[in-house]
Every structure is written in structure tokens, then in C-alpha cells.
Design a protein around this ligand. Structure first.
Ligand SMILES: [Zn+2]
Length: 224
């Protein structure tokens, strides 16, 4: 079983991936983790990733795809040992090119993408969620005005420093980032939608409700 999660920053995608993966016995595959593991192992591909990381550049598709292929081969071994049901992709693929590469990799293993779940939250709600973030400039503690406020308004619980809003967290910066996300993912969503694999889940509900909706959508697809 191969499931892809999609959703903008602030949609709760990461939270849901952390809940759903163990429940369905899926191995979570996030490219950031794959990169870090390859660097730590100092594998041939890992050394290449480190050079690019150290330059501050983006990892090219070709290298990302090669690492994903390696990782999926390992997961396939664990699956044949009965320990896993499959893979949950979190943050990969990001482009239509990566999506095509993933299809090829899975086809080589006699496998395929079973379902794509997009967690949808209206733009203005995402901005409200993300713009509520406040950070302590001294100790780095992150607060949220609604979800996790400090004991005293505007002041860090630890040492009393005045909290700040990072430039990345201003509504304008968030709006620009979300627009970029839409631009990048629109072709990807269309690619999966055309194949009838795309399921949209309302992410503007309590966490448990979202989890249940996701699991329902996946089960319908897998038993079909
Ligand atoms: Zn502090």
C-alpha cells in the first residue's frame, strides 16, 4: 500500500502523517529524513547530498529520486518480512517530474500509488494558524497566540524576554508562500486527479475527525 499525503504548511499534514502511519503500519517517507539518513550513513549518494546542502542549494530531482528508490527497496524488504504494510509519502513527490519518477520506481517493484490524500484548509484559516506564531529571541521557544500562549501576554515563560514574530510568519510572507505552494502542486494534484487517485479531506476539523476521514478514504481505495 502506497499513500501520498499533500497539504500546505499549517494544514496539519505532518501531524496526521505521524498519527496515520503507525495506525496503518506504514513507513513514513519524508525526503528531509531520507537526506539526513543518507548524510549520516556517508553513502555514495549521501556524500553528494552533503556537498549540495553545504552550498545551500536545493537537492535536484535526479538525486532525490535515486535516494527514494534506495529507501523504497529497503522498505520492500521489510514488507516481505511482514513488518510493514507499505509507505506513507509525506512531502514527496513535490513536482510532476518526481511523481512520474515515483511511478517508475514503484512499477519496477511491481507496485503502484494507491491513494493521494490532500488535506485542505481554506487560505485565510491557514494564515490565521501560521500568523499566530511568536518566538522568544533569547531561548528560541515557540508559542502560538491561540494554541499555546505564554503565561503572560507577549513575554517568554522562561526568562521574560519580549516575544517576536518572525518575518516568515507575517501574513504577507505566509500568503506568498501559500501561493507558491499552490503553483507548484496544482500540476501534481491534476496528475493524480486525472487517474482517480485524489481524495480531498477537510482539514478544518478536530484532529481526530480529520484522521478518521483520511483512514476512511484510504480504506475505500484499498478495498476497491
Ligand atoms: Zn525565552
Amino acid at each position: 500500500m502506497n499513500i501520498i499525503f499533500m497539504g500546505a504548511q499549517g494544514s496539519g499534514k505532518g501531524t496526521q502523517a505521524a498519527i496515520v502511519a503507525p495506525r496503518l503500519q506504514l513507513e513514513k517517507l519524508a525526503t528531509g529524513d531520507v537526506f539526513r539518513a543518507a548524510i549520516a550513513e556517508e553513502s555514495e549518494l549521501g556524500v553528494k547530498v552533503k556537498v549540495i546542502y553545504d552550498r545551500g542549494d536545493l537537492i535536484p530531482d535526479e538525486l532525490t529520486n535515486a535516494l527514494v528508490r534506495e529507501r523504497l527497496e529497503r522498505i520492500a524488504q521489510q514488507r516481505s518480512a511482514g513488518a510493514l504494510q507499505g509507505t506513507l509519502f509525506d512531502g514527496f513527490p513535490r513536482t510532476a517530474g518526481q511523481a512520474e519518477a515515483l511511478d517508475d520506481i514503484l512499477a519496477d517493484q511491481g507496485d503502484r500509488v494507491d491513494a493521494v490524500v490532500e488535506i485542505q484548509v481554506p487560505r485565510e484559516d491557514l494564515i490565521a494558524r501560521l500568523a499566530g506564531r511568536r518566538v522568544c529571541p533569547v531561548c528560541g521557544t515557540v508559542y502560538h497566540l491561540d494554541a499555546d500562549p505564554p503565561r503572560m501576554q507577549g513575554v517568554c515563560d522562561r526568562e521574560g524576554a519580549t516575544l517576536i514574530q518572525r518575518e516568515d510568519d507575517t501574513p504577507d510572507a505566509i500568503r506568498r508562500r501559500l501561493e507558491l505552494y499552490d503553483e507548484l502542486t496544482a500540476p501534481l494534484l491534476a496528475y493524480y486527479d486525472a487517474r482517480g487517485l485524489l481524495h480531498r479531506v477537510d482539514g478544518n476539523q478536530p484532529i481526530d475527525t480529520v484522521t478518521n476521514a483520511i483512514i476512511d478514504a484510504i480504506s475505500r481505495e484499498v478495498t476497491r
